[in-house]
Design a protein around this ligand. Sequence first.
Ligand code: TXA
Ligand code: MG
Length: 318
Amino acid sequence: MKNSYSNIFNFNKKILKKTINNLNNGDVVGLPTETVYGLGGNAYSKKSIKKIYSLKGRPKSNPLIIHYYNIAEAVNDVEINDIFIKLYKKFCPGPITFILKRKINSKIQSIACANLKTVAIRFPKHKIIRSLLKNISFPLAMPSANKSTNVSPVTARDVFEEFKKKLNLILDGGMSKIGIESTVIDLTSEPKILRPGIVDKNILEKTLRKKIKNNIKSKKILSPGMIKKHYSPGIPVKINQTKHDGKSAFIYFGSKYKKRKNFFCLSKKSNLNEAASNLYKILRKTKKMGYKKIQISKIPNTDTGIAINDRIKRASKF
Ligand code: TXA
Ligand code: MG
């Protein structure tokens, strides 16, 4: 059924068919996942990949994540290893992305991987994206559905705000439960976390029964997308704030402050996963409400707090 946004659709069999037709024709569509909404296209089609880069205004040097229904479909494109299998069994489908070596005869468009010898793969959990992946014969290249450097979208309307009518179709899958992007782990040599997420270092170390190296700040950019300027709501963001300046939107964690007009709480219960799920929603909302600046109080730097701090630090670089 159509709603007030003529390119946002609720999911049903007819719309599934329409989405598949669009993708088969090399079109790019807005899709829900459990982390954030994505801009999906056929990973084996050059036309689709080019469209994704141009819609996002994304530098060609920044590779895309390739999304699969399950491991059986990914093995043709990437070299798998034991560590990957362990993590796959424990966390997939779910909010984790693996960097693996690309197979020589892989059908993934090399421009989707910025011509690297590696590929980022993920198996998303959201029901809608899973039924779509199950019914197509190619994986989906799918970055977050925002213009390059903007905040990632967590609702179909957020996607609409980013691209308006430039997309023929946006599937509405409700609000993304996790609310921040997947953990990215490089498994091409000793495991390294390239982007923190809710699957955090502790749980990864426990699962693998080995220490995971901190992502040593080498001069070489390991994950090209991890450029400092990112996740910007479009207004200045100040982090580690202790005092409200009287006019900005003040975002905080826990119950330390009393809720006032300009105050926005990430999680009253001091739950870091809940805070992550509210983060992008609140960043977008404050901008929309007309605030000229955002202040964010200190967020504990443990568990999912590490991922939250990573995102807000980048948001503050503008
Ligand atoms: O949760 C998510 O991962 C979302 C949803 C839509 O699945 N997708 C997402 O994609 O966040 P994107 O394009 O916004 O972020 C992908 C990240 C970037 O930091 C990119 O540089 C990194 O993954 N990446 C992709 N391929 C890589 C590779 N071969 N080596 C290292 N990093 C890679
Ligand atoms: Mg992104």
